[in-house]
Structures are given as C-alpha cells and as structure tokens.
Design a protein around this ligand. Structure first.
Ligand code: 6GP
Length: 836
C-alpha cells in the first residue's frame, strides 16, 4: 500500500470500511447521494435523465473498487499486459452491459422501481458513445468485453473525440450529417486523470551529436501539445476483475508562448492553443477508406506517442532491464492506423533510452503485432514522405533506416530481384514518395493476422504475398468474434432467459460452447413455440420503434429482412434494392388473389455513408425513393414495405438484430474481410442470405450450408468475371434486371437522377462489384427464402440450429487464440474482497 505509516493506513481503511453493499438500501442511498452531491439536484425531484446519471455514478463507484484493486494487483505482481491500440472504440451504451456483467441488474431494477424509476427507461436516456465507424471499432469493443471476462490484464488505448461518428438525418431521401457532440450531457462513466499528462511534439528538426563515440540524434523544436488521460472501467462478466480503456484528449501545453505574447501578438498565441485542442475534436467518418489529411496523421501520432509513453512508464515502475519488456507488454495494432506507435517506440529506445539498434529492434519486434482488416486498395494507408518529414522528422529518418536494413536483407536473399524489392519496400517510389504503413507494420511485428480464414488466405496470396514468402510463419488467422453478453444477453433478454431455462443454468453466457446443447430442442414443440413468441415480441418492439421514428406502420406478420452496415458499393446494398424493385414490379403484375399468396416482407436497410462517398449516398437516396412509392401503393398494402432505418448505430442494432428473421451479407466474394454482424444475427436466430465471403464461409461450415441461403460467384471466379466484363464481353442484362433499370430511369420512383450514372455504367458492363453478374443467382436464393419461410417448422428449426452452432463466433474464443499464439499472456483472476 501507499501508506507506509500503519496507523494512517488503518485509519483510512476504517473510513471506507467495506465495499458498497448490494442490498436495496445501499443501492438507493448511493443513487440519491449522487443526485444531491454530484449532480446538485434535489433528491425530491429529479428527471429520468438525472436518475440515469446518478445511477451511472453509483455504478461507477462500484466499478472503481474492483478497478483499483485489479490494477493494484497487476502492478504488485508485475504481470504481462496486453495493450490494444485502436483509433476507434464503438462501445455502445454502457449501463445495461455493466449491470449484467457485475450481476446486479435485478438488484438495481428493484431498487429503482421502489423509488419510482423504471430501469429500462433509464437505459434509453444514455447517449450511445460512438467513437468508431463500423466493423473495426465495434470489434475493438467486443474484444474489451472478452478480455475482461477472460481475466486477461489488458488496456485499450484510443482517442477521446469530442465528436463521434456523425448523426445521420434523412432529408428528402438524402443523407445529411449532423455533428454528434456526445459529451454535452456529461459522461458519468469516465474518470478524468489530470495527473496523467504527456507532452507531445510535432514538427521541429533533428540534431545529431556524438556520445561516447556513438552518433546519436535528438528531436527538437516544433510545437508541444499535451495529452491528458480519461479512463473508463471495463468490467468483465462474472468476475471481480476490471480492466481499463484509456482515451487521450489534446490540450494546449502549459507554458504560454511568451515570445508571441511579448511581441504583443496575444491573439495568435491563443490561436495556437486552440489548434492543440482541435487534434482530438473529431473522428474521421471514413470506413474502409483513407482520408490523407494532415490532421488525421496528427491524431494518429498524438495518441500513439501518449500511449507508448504511458506503457513505458508502467513498465519502468517494476522493471529495470529492457530485455524484459516483451515479457511484460504486448501491443496490438488495430489495422495500420496506430502504426506510428512502432516508430515512436523505436525512437524512445534509441534516442532517449540510448539502446543500440539491434537491441531496440528486437524488443520492438517481439512486443508488437498487427491486425489487417481489409484488402480494399483505397483503405491501405500511405502517407507522403514529405508530410511525415515535416510533421515527424525524426520518425521519417527511422523509417528510412528500417527500410534500408530490410532492403539489404532482401537484396541478399534475392539478388537482382528489383521488382520484388520495389514491392516489399516501405517506400513507394515516384514523384510523390509514399510510406506504405502496412509494410511498416508487417516488418515491425512478430505476428500479423487476418480476421477470417478466407481473408487471411487472401492476404497471404495477394497483397502480402511477398511478405508471406519471406516470413512464412508470420501471417496467421484469427477469425473475428462478438461478445454474447451484449449481443444475446443484453440485446435479447427473453431469448437469453429461454436458453438459460433450456440449458438449466446461465453459464453459457460466459462459455458459449455450452449453447450446443440447444440443438436437442430444435424440434421440441413447446420450446419452438416459445422461440416463435420471442421473435414475435422482438418484431413488435421494432415495429413500434419504426412507427415512432418514421411514422410508418409495418406489419408484424411479415418476414423481416434486414441489411444493416456501412453503405459501401462492395457490400452491395444496391443489389438488395434492385431486387426489391424487381419484387415490387412482379407484385404489380399479379392479380389481388395471386398477391395474397406471396410471403409478405418488410425490407429494412440501414447504415451511414461516408460524407464524401457520392455513390454510397446515391444508394441511400434510391432506397428512400423506392420506399416512398412502395409503402404508399394501395395495391401492395402490407405485402411489401421498404424502410430505410436512419442513423444506424450500436443501440439501433440491439433492437434490429433480435427482430430480424433474414439478414443480408451479400458482398462481392473476396471483398468483406470478415463481417461481424453476420455472427450477431446467427446468435439471434436469424437466417442468412449471403455470398461465400469473409466469415460467412466459416458460418456455413458451422451451421451447415443447407441452413443458409448461399449464392453468387465464388472468390476464385471473381477476377475472371471482372476481366471479362471490363473487356466488353459482358452478357446482355437479363430481362428482369433491365426492367428494373428502366423503372428507375423512367422516373417510377421520382427524381433519382443521382443514381443514373451508376445504372448506366452497370448497363455498359462497368460492373466492378458484379451486381449484374450475381443478380440471377441472388433472385434464386430469394425465391428459396420465400419457399422456406412458408414452411415455418423448417424455418424455426434452421433458426434454432443456427444459434446452437454459433459458439465459434464468440469473441471469447477469438481472444483466447490471440492470447495463446500472439500475446502469450495468462489469465490472472484477482482475489475478490471475500477472499482477502
Ligand atoms: C472491417 C471489415 O470491413 C469487416 O469485414 C471486418 O469484420 C471488420 O473490419 C472487423 O475485422 N474493416 C474496417 O472497418 C476498416 O475500416 C480498414 O478497415
């Protein structure tokens, strides 16, 4: 303990005496105390929002107890820790998840009810912290939950953006972006750490000097900005362990710029300070594509430098030999966004700690590893040498050095193979030389991983082929997963209860392998009936939400068909809506009697488009325009509804996924690295219509291809087809699809001229994403969906089988694999208060 004086320590301990009680009175007292003393509201009158805040504070108090104990324990035992570096953490709301993880939902619900508050209403008061774009950020959040649950000593590190991903508002069918100032109501979950600050340098120059006959360098001058830490406790499920997510905010340096001040240039010195705060103000809203702005690079370096310093400081508390560093720390790079952390680490070891190159390189290489999340060329980060030299001059020198040594090795192994050297070089030559961040990451890491089997195979064979030849054991697979706590237990509490009832205990929530046993109930009539009832209730909840948000009434007796993800051409929301138009035109051809026999459908599409992604925005407009016509067509009525669900986010997903019956994962084969919502849908009893892409392939191995609706070109066919299409050898567009195009072009859905250029290029065969090529087999798969849905017994059996075979897709399994083969860390359960 910090108190060396025993008496003082005893006194302090007696003041606090025990941990917070779990009984009703203790819970109520802690909430009301926060109303009065933290929020300064009167305890006789506080709103739902006030009550939400006070409740969150009272929960945070409990988390702090275990969080402090956990860190104290890890420090005194000098354990190895994992550091997960990510520019995005798409956490979603915290209250329900926290209460479930610390097993106090029931206690809080009753305690609140007793003083007149409904816990479910409080859940809805919470803002959805959305510090991420899509898959990669949400994966980081699932990993945090699994790391804590598995009692792995691990910290997440990222940026505390003032503005998360924008709020999507639809006006006249078009997406508009509204800033999301998520902190306006305060954030009761975080702890500000004014004492944890680091100075971060930008620009300046390097100075060479000699020390004991060794040439050394020092980075000097430029501008200094401060990084301040904000911590959010991350509780695990059913454990006393509590990990941490540390996010950095930028602040002006303490020292005033006296020079400009003295020159009387007061305003410009204030301006410089404001520039500092600007660094962490906004999350770049691009998913799977790079925006090469200087500010983005500043964000990356800012957070990497603060993180690396923090990690080193923690290491030094207990260790004095640098060789031990890889035994005490594993740093994971979530895509290349935090790549500069590796160079910063090297710089500190060499320039500040005065290690020699060989030693420093070995330590770096043994402790860093990197995950690749995409093969899309537009997402592979490169930064111009000019920009890096300007912003981070010393880092640029080090990158050149790394590359120099590496190129020497390659030249030795493949003498004269300049083509290979060019491909493997960190520097892409040309008029505007670029640094290839992926190459840098691969070199600096001892392990590189893809996120699904197919994706890993593709990176080994395509973008990283040369590296895979040179480092045959470096690139391996870690199939993604999702946390069953948030995605079954919290999102679908009724389903969770039913599974617990069938399995006779709730251990499956922490050990998803146990869910396999559910298979025995796939044909149990009583169980199936409960299964159906739950889906229906979830659909009713969604229908009510759609009514509230859009004013559109959707029927509950229809198949709920959902595609929710970022809008991207490769994800092919366009193919989905083209099919919907085809379905609509077919329905229009029918007599009322024929129409009655059709399976009614509610098609829901949701997702944000990057603000600068014109084609994605055009697709949103088309979906809305089709919805306007179809939903108001008296001939069609409830047989088909088309909904664009605005502002798709984590909390929306928690309502949408449990209510879905069919979900679409229909990317062009080879383009979706993994997908993770496909896993969430399967866990919630939803069937998948999809291509053999990303994790769909492994889902089909687990649940069986017969239990999915698989269609479309396979990955090995895609290149040839593309080649054929672009050589002008495309097949004439089929009649059905031509009719759909004609309807769009002739104004059946009003003015959708924004989409016309895309339709014209499809007609010309310029179809990079194979929409026209896959359309027929997609229609066939959709027909099979209708036929299967008519046989409800079969459908429900497929649904139950899917859930019972979804265990592989728990992020607990994924994290165990990272721990074993990349991080080499152990599970460290800390003693609970009752143990000590
Ligand atoms: C995404 C991939 O697109 C998705 O397929 C995958 O499931 C997810 O990462 C998690 O691995 N990629 C991104 O979000 C991204 O921005 C640079 O990649």
């Amino acid at each position: 303990f910090i108190y060396h004086n025993e008496d003082k320590a005893k006194k302090i301990w007696e003041l606090m005496q025990t941990y917070q009680g779990v009984d009703q009175k203790s819970i109520q007292r802690s909430i009301v105390n926060h109303v009065e003393y933290t929020l300064a509201m009167t305890r006789f009158n506080f709103s739902d929002f006030g009550c939400y805040q006070a409740t969150a504070f009272s929960m945070r108090d409990r988390l702090l107890e275990s969080w402090n104990d956990t860190n104290q324990y890890f420090t005194t035992h000098n354990v190895k820790r994992v550091y997960y570096l990510s520019l995005e953490f798409l956490l979603g709301r915290l209250m329900q998840n926290t209460l479930n993880n610390i097993n106090m939902e029931k206690n809080y619900r009753e305690a609140l009810l007793d003083i007149g508050y409904d816990l479910e209403r409080l859940y809805d008061e919470e803002v959805d912290p959305a510090l991420g774009n899509g898959g990669l950020g949400r994966l980081a959040a699932c990993f945090l939950d699994s790391l804590a649950t598995l009692e792995v000593p691990a910290w997440g590190y990222g940026i505390r953006y003032d503005y998360g991903i924008f709020k999507q508002v639809i006006r006249d069918g078009y997406q508009c972006e509204v800033p999301d100032f998520w902190l306006s109501g305060g954030n009761p979950w975080e702890i500000e750490r004014p004492e944890v600050v680091y100075p971060i340098r930008f620009y300046g120059y390097t100075e060479k000097y000699e020390e004991n006959g060794v040439e050394r360098a020092q980075w000097k001058g430029g501008e200094i900005v401060m990084a301040k830490a904000y911590d959010t406790p991350v509780p695990g499920y059913n454990t006393f362990n509590c990990n941490n997510l540390r996010l950095w905010k930028s602040l002006p340096a303490q020292e005033f710029d006296f020079q400009s001040f003295n020159k009387g240039d007061y305003l410009s010195s204030v301006e410089m300070k404001q520039r500092a705060e600007y660094i962490t103000s906004v999350l770049y809203p691009n998913d799977n594509s790079q925006e090469g702005k200087e500010l983005r690079l500043k964000q990356q370096y800012f957070f990497c430098s603060a993180t690396v310093r923090d990690v080193i400081r923690r290491f030094k508390k207990n260790n004095s030999d640098w060789k031990d560093f890889p035994k005490k720390a594993a740093l994971q790079l979530n895509d290349t966004h935090p790549a500069i952390a590796a160079v910063e680490f090297l710089r500190i070891l060499i320039d500040e700690e005065k290690l020699d190159w060989g030693e420093a390189w070995k330590i770096l290489h043994s402790s860093f590893s990197y995950t690749n999340h995409t093969v899309l060329p537009e997402a592979l980060e490169t930064w111009s040498v000019g920009l890096i030299s300007h912003l981070l001059p010393r880092h640029m020198e080090l990158i050149f050095l790394i590359n120099h040594y590496f190129m020497e090795d390659i030249a030795k192994k493949y003498p004269g193979d300049y083509q290979r050297m060019e491909e493997m070089s960190i520097i892409a030559e040309g008029d505007d030389k670029q640094v290839r961040m992926a190459n840098l990451c691969i070199l600096c890491s001892h392990k590189v991983n893809g996120v699904a089997e197919l994706h890993t195979k593709l990176i080994q064979e395509t973008i990283f082929k040369r590296f895979h030849e040179y480092f045959p054991n470096k690139i391996e697979n870690k199939t993604n997963g999702v946390t069953p706590r948030r995605w079954i237990h919290c999102a679908n509490p009724k389903l969770s209860d039913l599974i617990t009832e069938a399995l006779e205990d709730s251990e499956w929530i922490g050990e998803l392998e146990r869910i396999e046993y559910l298979e025995n109930f796939a044909e149990d009539e009583e169980f199936v009936q409960k299964w159906i009832d739950i889906k229906k209730q979830n659909k009713e909840k969604l229908a009510a939400k759609v009514k509230e948000v859009l004013g559109i009434k959707i029927p509950v007796n229809a198949l709920y068909d959902v595609q929710i993800k970022r809008i991207h051409e490769y994800k092919r929301q366009l193919m989905n809506i083209l099919y919907v138009i085809h379905r609509y035109l077919t329905l229009k051809d029918m007599t009322p009697g024929e129409r009655e026999k059709v399976v009614p459908r509610v098609v829901i599409i949701g997702g944000k488009a990057a603000p600068g992604y014109h084609n994605a925005k055009a697709i949103i407009k088309l979906v809305n325009a089709v919805g306007d016509i179809v939903n108001n067509d008296k001939d069609i009525g409830d047989i088909l509804k088309v909904i664009f669900y605005p502002n798709y986010c984590v909390s929306a997903a928690q309502t949408l996924i449990p209510a879905s019956e069919l979900s679409q994962h229909i990317s062009t084969a080879g383009m979706e690295a993994s997908g993770t919502s496909n896993m969430k849908f399967v866990m919630n009893g939803c069937l998948i219509i999809g291509t053999m892409d990303g994790a769909n392939v492994e889902i089909s191995e687990e649940v069986g291809e017969d239990n999915m609706f698989i269609f479309g070109a396979r990955v090995h066919e895609v290149d040839d087809i593309r080649h054929r299409l672009f050589a002008g050898e495309h097949n004439p567009i089929g009649k059905r699809l031509q009719r759909v195009f004609d309807a769009i072009l002739s104004g059946t859905f009003g003015d959708v001229s924004i989409i016309h250029p895309i339709i014209h290029s499809l007609m010309d065969g310029k179809d990079y994403y194979l929409v026209t090529e896959d359309f027929d087999s997609y229609v066939k798969a959709q027909n099979k969906v209708d036929d299967t849905y008519r046989d409800q017994k079969k459908w429900n059996m497929m649904s139950i089988l899917g859930v019972s075979r979804s265990a592989k897709f728990s992020s607990d399994r994924t994290i165990e694999e990272y721990c074993d083969s990349i991080w080499k860390v152990d599970r460290i359960p800390i003693p609970t208060p009752s143990d000590s």
